[in-house]
Design a protein around this ligand. Structure first.
Ligand code: ADP
Length: 396
């Protein structure tokens, strides 16, 4: 059978990212994003394997119009041979333990999880519904951020709250970034010659959103995010863990509403809140090198809290084959990796300065000195994992 083409779609409320992936090519044939949809500034950006960026202004375009503009480009890039579409879906609740072909029952179950992810799942559904209309003959697959973490044991996923809230309202820890944690832990096994089914990793996905995961024999056993992607690590604009009583404290002392508090914790905190400068690690590293006190503190808090999270996840491992850094920060910041590992010295972890500096800009490698526990930098590739899942389901 000749190599097949899969279109991967990741729909946000006002954006649509896409990648056209061919089984036989390491790079997408075409990828890009439509952003600021439903506004006068809506724009479609795309680049072919040549990496030359092109763009087209689409004032007022919605997801459907953006996709309609994409269709001829996709057809052109794959010679009219598209075999399937894979969709990123943020929340699969407890219903989805793995990726699935999209049929009426799956659509209904995804709709039923909207209350758990009111910002994300409606946008994901919009993408699915639009492509089902545009490509009614093509098989389509949903790949969930939460599905990988459904293997967590109950003692890891339950909050210490009355059972009724779990049974009736689904209040529990779900975890996110599962596609990335799964992809990099499988790559780590591949690179080190271990079997996926007999390997134990701590993974740190550090992008704008950040989370850690304990992966045992190819399965998630615990992770830092919870009911929502706010729990856990310090992130670009999200606070991560705070005392739950902070909510009532702010409401009582400042008269803040739930919306005010949600905005604070999700959009005004994290690296941005601590530094008062930026949510972008590159800007903070630059400011730190110029002696900016708050940027320096923001990076320190980020690394310390990350190290604490990794150390706590040791409880979920029977042994440790390595720690993996991924995501924009994990793949590109020797400073963050070095500081985080420093806080984990007691576990026998250490970085080799030269190897640490070399692993940036998409370079995969080990950054520990010889004979020390492995520390790996592995670029994530969620689009590829979604395409692989789609191909697997097309074969089944
Ligand atoms: P998203 O979660 O949106 O996919 P990314 O995985 O692209 O985000 O990660 C974005 C983060 O990666 C930003 O904080 C950015 O500053 C950081 N980053 C990217 N390149 C570098 C770099 N060279 N050094 C430090 N941080 C970097």
């Amino acid at each position: 059978m000749s190599a097949r083409n899969i279109l991967v779609i990741n729909c946000g409320s006002s954006s649509l990212k896409f990648a056209l992936i061919n089984q036989a090519h390491s790079q997408p044939l075409l990828s890009g994003l439509a952003e600021r949809l439903d506004s006068p500034e809506a724009t479609l950006h795309w680049w072919r394997s040549s990496h030359i960026r092109e763009h087209l202004a689409l004032p007022g375009a919605d997801h459907r119009i953006a996709l309609e503009h994409l269709l001829p480009m996709i057809n052109d890039a794959c010679g009219g041979r598209l075999h399937g579409i894979g969709h990123r879906v943020v929340h699969g609740g407890e219903h989805f333990t793995q990726s699935c072909l999209i049929d009426d029952a799956a659509l209904q179950a995804i709709r039923a999880t909207v209350t758990l992810a009111p910002l994300h799942n409606p946008a994901n559904l919009l993408g699915i519904e639009t492509t089902l209309n545009l490509y009614p003959q093509l098989p389509q697959v949903a790949v969930f951020d939460t599905a990988f973490h459904q293997s967590m044991p109950e003692h890891a996923f339950r909050y210490a709250l009355p059972e009724q809230l779990y049974r009736e309202q689904g209040v529990r820890r779900y975890g996110f970034h599962g596609t990335s944690h799964r992809y990099v832990s499988q790559r780590a096994a591949e690179i080190t010659g271990l079997a996926v089914g007999d390997s134990c990793w701590l993974t740190a996905h550090l992008g704008n959103g950040c989370s850690t995961c304990a992966v045992v024999d190819g399965q998630s056993r615990d992770t830092s995010m919870g009911l929502t992607p706010l729990e856990g690590l310090v992130m670009g604009t999200r606070s991560g863990d705070v005392d739950p009583n902070l909510h009532s404290h702010l409401a009582r002392t400042l008269g803040w509403s739930l919306e005010d508090i949600e905005r604070l914790l999700n959009h005004e905190s994290g690296l941005l809140g601590l530094s008062g400068l930026s949510n972008d690690m590159r800007s903070l590293e630059q400011a730190r090198s110029q002696g900016h006190r708050a940027a320096t503190l923001a990076i320190e808090v980020f690394c310390y809290r990350l190290a604490k999270s990794l150390a706590s996840l040791i409880c979920a491992l029977p042994r440790m084959d390595g720690v993996i850094f991924t995501g924009g920060i994990g793949e590109n910041s020797p400073l963050v990796r070095g500081k985080t590992v420093f806080y984990l010295s007691l576990l026998g972890l250490s970085v080799d300065k030269v190897a640490n500096a070399r692993c940036v800009g998409g370079v995969t490698g080990e950054i520990n000195p010889p004979a020390y526990p492995r520390i790996l930098v592995i670029p994530t590739n969620e689009e590829k994992q979604i395409a692989l899942d789609t191909l697997t389901l097309l074969n089944s």
